[in-house]
Design a protein around this ligand. Structure first.
Ligand code: PEP
Ligand code: MN
Length: 338
């Protein structure tokens, strides 16, 4: 349920109200919109059935939430959520930050060279996996902490904030030391333990859509994170599995405006994993910006032929820089800024 507060509701009134809700075993989430403050109440609402919330001081009205996801929904928050990812880098507003870098961190030299190249081209964040969720147990699994250290080094030199994947809740403290944004991969979208743990953490999380997840399932996974108290969630459409075999996945571009109509959270598109083919990355990236994506996640490698993972879908730095120029034009045409 949502409790809409009166414009003049005092802190003491809000405290009294949230205290009563907590006493009944439910969790209040206060959110401040442009015009109103709201409290989202999460938990078994039967526990407050006999609590006359509408007559509490400071309360304007009490509304049920119809969507199965609550904190994630537009009903809970009408305005777009704008999340700060690093100094001068925000997502969900006018700026459309591009997060670029290799699929996997391979060597110190590799990640630093790519970081410098993507920074020069205008990327706002550096991506790179140190813990890789590979389909085969025999494939390169990532450098682990060593990889995180290389990312930190590249961040120090380029100033780019880092987004990197976490695959195991036991690594949270470690990964969070290095990451500005925690990435949860498609294969872990329904790892509810992992979602719950990052939900307790105050760090932005980029949640990727599962390989065969519906939008409802995707939003419910985001709800797990928000229900834990971490409201800085970014959703990422990275292609879904269909009958088509010419591409690695099928980019569900309609998911961008659709999710934006259902949720206030920013939506990022990853054209690299969505297609699995470097030659399709640029057209899909441009289409994503045109469709209103709030950010892009793009794989870049300086030597794709030798890449330890996803070389076939990685752009070389020069191609990436050319794409950035094109994306800026599309962004401008739709009132955004790369
Ligand atoms: C990645 O971004 O490196 C990745 C593994 O992507 P996904 O989880 O979408 O497959
Ligand atoms: Mn990859």
């Amino acid at each position: 349920m949502i409790i809409v507060l009166k414009p003049g509701a005092t802190e003491a009134e809000i405290e009294h109200l949230t205290q009563k809700i907590k006493e009944r075993g439910l969790t209040p989430h206060l959110t401040t919109g442009k015009e109103r403050r709201l409290i989202g109440v999460i938990g078994d609402e039967r526990a407050i059935q006999n609590l006359p919330l509408s007559i509490f001081p400071g309360v304007e009205s009490v509304l049920p939430i119809l969507a199965p996801y609550k904190l994630v929904s537009r009903e809970f928050r009408q305005e777009d959520s704008v999340i700060t990812l690093g100094e001068g880098v925000t997502i969900g507003g006018k700026q459309v930050p591009v997060m670029a870098g290799p699929c996997a961190v391979e060597t110190q030299r590799q990640v630093l060279d790519i970081a410098k190249a993507v920074k020069a081209a205008g990327a706002r964040l550096l991506r790179g996996g140190a813990f890789k969720p590979r389909t085969s147990p025999y494939a390169f699994q990532g450098l682990g902490e060593e990889g995180l250290q290389y990312l930190a080094e590249a961040k120090k030199i380029t100033g780019l904030p880092v987004i990197t994947e976490i695959v195991d809740p036991r690594d949270l403290e470690l990964v969070a030391q290095y990451a500005d944004v925690l990435q949860i991969g498609a294969r872990n979208m329904q790892n509810f333990r992992l979602l719950t743990e990052v939900g307790k953490y105050q760090k932005p999380v980029l949640l990727k859509r599962g390989l065969s997840a519906t939008i409802k399932e995707f939003l419910l996974s985001a709800e797990y994170i928000m229900a834990g108290g971490n409201h800085r969630v970014i959703l990422c459409e990275r292609g879904i599995r269909t009958f088509e075999t010419q591409t690695r996945n099928t980019l569900d571009l309609a998911a961008v405006p659709l999710i934006q109509s259902l949720s206030h959270l920013p939506v990022v598109v990853d054209p690299s994993h969505a297609t699995g083919r470097w030659d399709l990355v640029a057209p899909m990236a441009l289409a994503a910006v045109a469709a209103g994506a709030d950010g892009l996640l793009i794989e870049v490698h300086d030597n794709p032929e030798e890449a330890l993972s996803d070389g076939e879908e990685s752009l070389k730095p020069a191609k990436f820089a050319a794409l950035m120029t094109e994306m800026r034009k599309v962004a401008q045409a739709v009132g955004r800024e790369i």
